[in-house]
Design a protein around this ligand. Sequence first.
Ligand SMILES: Nc1ncnc2c1ncn2[C@@H]1O[C@H](COP(=O)(O)OP(=O)(O)OP(=O)(O)O)[C@@H](O)[C@H]1O
Ligand SMILES: [Mg+2]
Length: 303
Amino acid sequence: MNHGPHRADEGLFDVDAQEDEAEDLGPTGRPLPDLPEPTPPSAGPKNAIIIALTNQKGGVGKTTTTINLGAALAETGRRVLLVDFDPQGSASVGLGVNPHTLDQSIYNLLISREFSFDEIVLSTTVDGLDLLPANIDLSAAELQLVSEVAREQTLKRVLAPLRDRYDFILIDCAPSLGLLTVNALTASDKVLIPLECEFFALRGVALLTDTIAKVTERLNNDLELLGILATMFDSRTLHSREVLERVLEAFGDKVFHTVIRRTIKFPETTVAGEPITAYAPSSPGAAAYRMLAREVLARCHAG
Ligand SMILES: Nc1ncnc2c1ncn2[C@@H]1O[C@H](COP(=O)(O)OP(=O)(O)OP(=O)(O)O)[C@@H](O)[C@H]1O
Ligand SMILES: [Mg+2]
């Protein structure tokens, strides 16, 4: 990758400066929609919207987005459940839970009917944000489920009774298109795809959209693509902006206006075990995830 020449005349390529000149244009170069300040949810019975965050490519910001979108939605007064659906347990770690010391996890809910959700769910340091934790046990579930009847519907069965307790349920998927991810897609109303603004971002996306289409056709007719989120964007590199342009060409209006920039703050939040909205509440990263929360509320007609 050739960063050299662009760094030399950074002013020319400074997206921030260009954004200032054209105030109405958002980070994706499109006019920003008017997104009102979210109002608290209505007092009536809840009916959670379930969103799977998925991309079989590793390290694209699925877990970071699940945690920080979840926390930003919780800040608006929504009740949010995060489902760690990755045997790596990263969402659990990111919320300060040590997965190795868990006796029980989402695995137990999937495999046995003897456990209740209330025995396994954990509250987090963020008001309104709960966590169904995971650890390496979940990798055994993938194998055990293969021989089950309705093996793709197992997570759906676990989550369906929780809809009236939450406004949003966010599922942090593992970097794979295996049975666990198919379970997540089958249980969900919407799918959010984080895409890293890096060279091979679009490689494999066709396979992902193909899997989503198959699940929609065979297992979950109601599944919808909520949006594509550009992550790890670095405005100093021409390269990052080229990738963003390609993503916009490929997905048009499905691309969120919010773009998540690359910043060391995100790895720091993992060490701190809390969302960026708590760790660095006035940072640009926290503002970006609050903006994403507004977009999600608007796209879900839940603002
Ligand atoms: N915007 C960002 N800027 C800089 N670092 C980031 C950003 N988003 C995430 N990271 C870091 O990149 C790494 C991968 O992010 P994350 O764990 O969210 O990706 P993932 O898609 O969930 O990965 P996996 O596929 O392994 O589950 C983490 O160390 C995280 O802290
Ligand atoms: Mg992850």
